[in-house]
Design a protein around this ligand. Structure first.
Ligand code: PLP
Length: 459
């Protein structure tokens, strides 16, 4: 019997721990669930309650918790090699991940730089893009363009290209200046046609004025700009905003036209979450750099990759004294344990083909979202892409007026959802489901029915 009883864990937690993205005072008079185990889609609390992990443990889990093949790969690796620094050494595990991943990525993306989480993958991409130009003598190119509502992580470079005021505004004095462009946020588009806007087809006659805004910046500032960074098809933390393919294609074309690099941040969208292995496949354009993390290890261990084209790599490749080395690295770069699970994850994709098999499940998910939430008076918008679904809550459906911040509707829904056996962790007033690829039709039905019950009770 462990001396860490539930009471002791909660007491120590309250006195000494500081949780991410959490106002700790919210837990003054309530306890967070203590999780002791997990299997498949469910987490188990210390009291034995089961909770549906509807956000895949912050968007990382793909094949369910406690997966036998991922477990096995990790245990097996433990007996061989735990860790070794990755500068001056290499190992089979790091190479095998890349070898297998190449089969899923466009061939142009062929140079892989390891780090250990999504934010560091983005930091690497930003520094790489900047130095790509510096190494070639384009000294003025020091700025980036990012989207309103974009989220690329919490380290300072990533915050510099973050577009969510609530998270990023305070830190502006510490970050480097970048240009913010309008988000393709169809629900709140200032130019959307007043007539014909429906939840199912939000863009009947779209003229993509959001792209014109981007071109406006590029026309004036391209000489200063290293790269545009964007989350392909889905602004995830910005409110699960699914946006039209035409926008991403147009952004890529503008980047080519004005000679700036494109960075796709596939940290959240990668590894099947949007219904294709990578969201960029839906548009058929290849960026100069792509950032991968979260699902890379199936949700087991922190590991990330920043993948660049040969052209990027060549701008760094020279005699040491030419001063073009990329001076960046982390202690746990290419950790072999994490690599071993990443290999097992990629093997599962090849062997079980979850994306091909999952098509009916994804369609069912979308149908159920519309069926269960389409007529609810508090739903302003329904969005979905692959295994991601979201509803935007509004106080008034006719005017799309948001709930007052003080109402803390999202937080109340979160607390209520725990009682009901699921985790609805909202983004402001956006309630979303970020499901793993192994989710079944009956799990979807149960999760969505329960979710609707919770939301109705709170609102
Ligand atoms: N980029 C995107 C698109 C993300 O959604 C996230 C995290 O949610 C990150 C970067 C940062 O990843 P991490 O939390 O692993 O640092």
């Amino acid at each position: 019997m462990s001396r860490y009883t539930k009471e002791k864990i909660l007491d120590l937690d309250r006195r000494h721990l500081w949780h991410p993205f959490t106002q700790m005072k919210d837990y003054e008079d309530r306890d967070p669930p203590v999780i002791v185990a997990a299997k498949g889609l469910q987490l188990q609390t210390i009291e034995g309650q089961l909770l549906y992990d509807t956000i895949s443990s912050w968007w990382v889990n793909l094949h369910g918790h406690n997966h036998p093949e991922l477990n096995e790969a990790l245990i097996e690796q433990l007996h061989r090699l735990d860790h070794v620094n990755f500068s001056g050494f290499t190992h089979r595990e790091a190479v095998e991940v890349v070898d297998r991943l190449r089969g899923f990525l466009p061939q142009e993306l062929c140079r892989f730089f390891y780090s250990d989480n999504g934010s560091t993958a983005v930091e690497v991409a930003l520094k790489m893009a900047f130095q790509f130009w510096q190494n070639q003598g384009f000294k003025e190119k020091t700025r980036f363009i990012f989207l309103e509502n974009a989220y690329h992580g919490d380290t300072m470079g990533a915050v510099s290209v973050g577009g969510i005021d609530l998270f990023h505004r305070l830190y502006r004095p510490l970050t480097f200046f970048s240009y913010k462009t309008r988000a393709p946020y169809c629900l709140r588009c200032p130019d959307k046609p007043a007539e014909g806007f429906t939840l199912d087809a939000p863009l009947p006659d779209c003229s993509l004025t959001c792209l014109e805004a981007l071109e406006g910046i590029l026309k004036e500032k391209a000489v200063e700009i290293c790269a545009i960074i964007v989350e392909p098809r889905l602004l995830a933390a910005g409110g699960m905003i699914v946006y039209p393919k035409e926008y991403l294609k147009g952004l890529w074309e503008l980047a080519r036209k004005y000679d700036v690099l494109v960075i796709f941040d596939e940290v959240a969208t990668g590894f099947g979450r949007t219904g294709t292995m990578f969201a960029m496949e839906q548009v058929g354009v290849v960026p100069d750099i792509v950032c991968l993390a979260k699902g890379l290890t199936g949700g087991y261990l922190p590991l990330s990759l920043t993948v660049a084209t040969e052209e990027i790599f060549q701008a760094f490749y020279d005699d040491y004294l030419a001063g073009k080395t990329f001076f960046h690295g982390h202690s746990y770069t290419a950790n072999p344990l994490a690599c071993a699970v990443a290999i097992a994850n990629l093997k599962l994709f090849a062997k079980e083909r979850p994306l091909e098999k999952g098509e009916p499940v994804r369609l069912h998910f979308q149908r159920q979202l519309r069926r269960l939430f389409g007529e609810e008076p508090y739903v302003g918008d329904i969005r979905y892409l692959g295994y991601v679904g979201a509803i935007e809550l509004v106080a008034d459906r006719a005017t799309q007026k948001a709930f007052p911040v003080e109402a803390r509707v999202g937080f109340k829904i979160y607390m209520e959802s725990l009682k009901e056996g699921l985790v609805l962790r909202p983004l402001g007033d956006v309630i979303y489901w970020f499901l793993p690829l192994c989710v079944t039709v009956s799990e979807i039905d149960e999760i969505l029915e329960k979710s609707r019950g919770v939301i109705r009770r709170v609102i």
